[in-house]
Design a protein around this ligand. Structure first.
Ligand code: ADP
Ligand code: MG
Length: 437
């Protein structure tokens, strides 16, 4: 894990910190940060014992959470940077400490879905899981010449999402110092996406639909999915033989190859945003596989954000540089996106217009160019510094309204994930995506 940090020119903790203005806004966790001080998260400053002890307490209470509550607590603590990097990593691994499904339980799941055990369906089937999934585990199977990935969901996951998430609320409100309105907006969106993630039939339909349509994009590959071996708790697809992107990034990817991967990823995301209006909303290295032929393998359509038409036309105006030349249009778009509200005081209104103008200009900077160099450390440093500044604004802290609409939450996360991977790949991307070979 240590070398991972050293590979980043910008410390991991800073990357985590910035996500909090890219997601729900910037209120959460500031009181905490103020209370415990920057020291806690600044790797360069020696931490004193008191801070360690406080982090221990928080870690202990959060890690008592289970299932989807744990996942949301992880999301929030990452976004809000509540825990020092070492705890973040320990915490992130907590999901994998869920005891794996025993083979008899796997067989039982197969029998209730297909009336047959895995060994009656496949030629070979690993008794042990080969990978952990967030709500289940992945086994490897073969059938004829094909090698397959079989994702199996833990029993009871779907039923427990709502009750799990109810456990996070008091913690989020007290420990994370979230405002109830903001939290409720955030959690209703997260709950909706998580409930969808528990439905592997839905994931199957989306995987097939989105991957079929996205096949036109050069240099990307998707597994073939098998409805006949899938159910609400089992999802079967081709195994993509290659190196997980996270591993490949650690060992180093030659720049010409990284270039192809980065451009393919950019094109894939913009094809989904603009052509399909439904987006694979989980761009992190675990969901990409570097294929032996240099193509980008893409898996895991478990979390998909569908983009409503009205929101689409407001949100993507933010990428249009000419928005800032037309004050009236800008105000209209900012209102539609919940950056400002009709009942804001004139002072608040002026403040938020100025703040979001800066924020949009900064995050949308790549869209003002023909090509943009995501390797640029200075750009990312500016982004992170701005994020920290925003996080400490009292105007945001006392705002009674969430600043930003619910539909933006997963799109912002997606852009943040995409920018981060492109930065790690150190690529220059052609902004106007091209969807033809
Ligand atoms: N088709 C596949 N080919 C190769 N590896 C896979 C495949 N599907 C899943 N995996 C492995 O299993 C892990 C978990 O699967 P994933 O679908 O991403 O689950 P989750 O929805 O929980 O993130 C992946 O990160 C990857 O390492
Ligand atoms: Mg995944």
């Amino acid at each position: 894990m240590k070398e991972e940090e050293e590979n980043h020119s910008i410390p991991v903790s800073k990357v985590n910190r910035v996500t909090h203005f890219l997601t729900t806004g910037a209120r959460i966790g500031r009181n905490y940060l103020r209370h415990y001080g920057r020291k806690l998260v600044d790797p360069d400053t020696p931490r004193d014992l008191l801070h360690e002890a406080n982090a221990d307490d928080i870690y202990a209470s959060l890690s008592r959470l289970k299932g989807s509550a744990l996942k949301v607590a992880q999301m929030l603590s990452m976004d809000r940077n509540l825990l020092p990097a070492a705890y973040q990593r320990k915490f992130a691994m907590a999901q994998y400490s869920v005891p794996p499904l025993s083979y008899p339980l796997v067989v039982k799941t197969f029998r209730s879905s297909f009336g047959k055990g895995p060994e009656e369906i496949f030629d070979t089937f690993t008794h042990k899981a080969v990978n952990a999934a967030s709500m289940g585990q992945v086994h490897k199977a073969t059938l004829g010449k094909r090698t397959l990935a079989v994702k199996i969901q833990y029993p009871g996951v779907a039923d427990s999402v709502k009750s799990d998430l109810a456990m996070v609320r008091p913690i989020a409100l007290s420990m994370f110092h979230l405002s109830p309105t903001e939290y409720d907006q955030f959690i209703s969106e997260v709950e909706a996406r998580m409930l969808e993630e528990t439905d592997y039939q839905l994931e199957l339909r989306r995987s097939i639909a989105l991957s079929e349509k996205s096949k036109v994009i050069p240099h990307v590959v998707f597994p073939k999915y098998y409805p006949e071996y899938s159910s609400s708790r089992i999802l079967t697809m081709d195994w993509l033989e290659g190196e997980p992107l996270g591993e490949a990034l650690k060992s180093g990817i030659p720049s010409d190859q990284a270039q192809v991967l980065g451009q393919a990823m950019w094109n894939f995301y913009h094809f989904q945003m603009h052509q399909l209006r439904a987006v694979h909303a989980d761009p992190h290295p675990g969901n990409f596989i570097l294929m032996p032929d240099g193509k980008l393998g893409i898996i895991d359509f478990g979390c998909v954000k569908e983009i409503p038409d009205a929101f689409y036309s407001s949100y993507f105006q933010l990428h249009d540089p000419s928005l800032f030349d037309d004050e009236q249009r800008k105000i209209r778009v900012f209102s539609e996106l919940g950056f400002i509200y009709p009942d804001d005081s004139p002072k608040d209104r002026a403040f938020f217009i100025d703040l979001f103008t800066q924020l949009v200009a900064l995050l949308g900077r790549p869209f003002r160019f023909e090509s943009f160099d995501f390797a640029d450390d200075r750009y990312f440093a500016t982004l992170y510094d701005f994020g920290e500044k925003v996080a400490n604004l009292k105007e945001l802290r006392r705002s009674k309204r969430p600043r930003g609409v619910r539909d933006a939450i997963y799109l912002n996360r997606t852009y943040f994930g995409l920018y981060t991977i492109l930065h790690d790949l150190k690529v220059r991307v052609r902004i106007k995506p091209s969807y033809e070979a």
